[in-house]
Design a protein around this ligand. Structure first.
Ligand SMILES: NC(=O)c1ccc[n+]([C@@H]2O[C@H](COP(=O)([O-])OP(=O)(O)OC[C@H]3O[C@@H](n4cnc5c(N)ncnc54)[C@H](O)[C@@H]3O)[C@@H](O)[C@H]2O)c1
Length: 253
């Protein structure tokens, strides 16, 4: 029996990195996957790969920073596959390692719109579906930077701490209605995320780099996807409102 047989899963930022690995693994485990990204080309490639392996998936383009795109994403999932069972809020960007004195309003607002507000909006949009059937799972991709102070700049760090708080609140609030909401806090993972870094702060990057000496290794997207499969499936039925760190022990120092 596959772990997500006939489940409908929405994965944001699924054209690259962890989102791509999660969409692929979910499809291999029987899910019908809505592969969502801001990048049409990469999202289509992921869907083509899933279909070539005999899986089921569609592309729905969405800029998660836009409320109307979130509305359309979930509405299209429902009109195509009838419902949503699993929502993976994965899309995210880095900041430029800027410490507080160097954060611009633009950078702060952009990072929060993509990393944090999107998580609230997509959650808000799926909850009526989950509440109606008294079942549903949300998996948020937070970060080791959502639990610790030195993994990125001030905006990214604060944005991911907010995701952790939102995850716990949502998990708690709906715990008696068959809904679970958890987060993953990945350590350093080999993806394309550095392409979202602009205007690197030399001072901030220098401070951030100091902690890299204690990082045992860089992880793969597939290793994070396995945690997302656990959290998205009934295997984790007793796990709710919490964060699983997946960082080879980096944060344990
Ligand atoms: N790579 C790491 O070391 C690391 C560590 C901890 C947490 N994370 C988190 O993991 C998640 C996935 O990142 P990744 O490392 O796989 O990066 P990635 O850059 O490889 O993939 C991110 C995807 O999100 C998409 N995206 C960016 N902005 C978007 C928007 N506004 N709307 C929709 N899609 C958008 C990109 O097009 C891309 O396909 C992010 O939330 C990131 O913060 C990454």
């Amino acid at each position: 029996m596959m772990k997500l047989q006939d489940k409908v899963a929405v994965v944001t930022g699924a054209g690259s990195g962890m989102g791509r690995a999660i969409a692929t693994l979910y499809a291999q485990e029987g899910a019908k996957v809505i592969v969502s990204d801001i990048n049409a080309e990469t999202a289509q490639t992921v869907v083509d790969e899933i279909k070539a392996q005999g899986g089921e998936a569609i592309v729905v383009l969405a800029n998660v920073a836009k409320e109307e795109d979130i509305q359309n994403l979930i509405d299209t999932a429902v009109s195509t596959y009838g419902t949503v069972d699993v929502l993976v809020n994965n899309a995210g960007i880095m900041d430029g390692m800027e410490p507080a004195a160097d954060v611009s309003d633009d950078k702060w607002e952009r990072v929060f719109a993509i990393n944090t507000t999107s998580v609230m909006r997509a959650t808000r949009k799926v909850l009526p579906i989950f509440l109606e059937k008294q079942k549903g799972v949300i998996v948020n991709i937070a970060s080791a930077g959502g639990l610790n102070g030195g993994r990125a700049g001030a905006a990214y760090t604060a944005s991911k701490h907010a995701v952790v708080g939102f995850t716990k609140n949502t998990g708690y609030m709906y715990a008696e209605q068959g809904i679970r909401c958890n987060a993953i806090a990945p350590g350093a993972v080999a993806t394309n995320i550095s392409s979202s870094m602009a205007g690197l702060s030399q001072f901030g990057a220098g401070r951030q780099q100091l902690g890299m000496a204690t990082n045992p290794r860089i992880g793969t997207s597939e290793e994070i996807a396995k945690v997302a499969l656990f959290l998205g499936s009934d295997e984790s039925s007793f796990v709710n409102g919490t964060v699983i760190t997946a960082d080879a022990g980096w944060s344990s120092y």
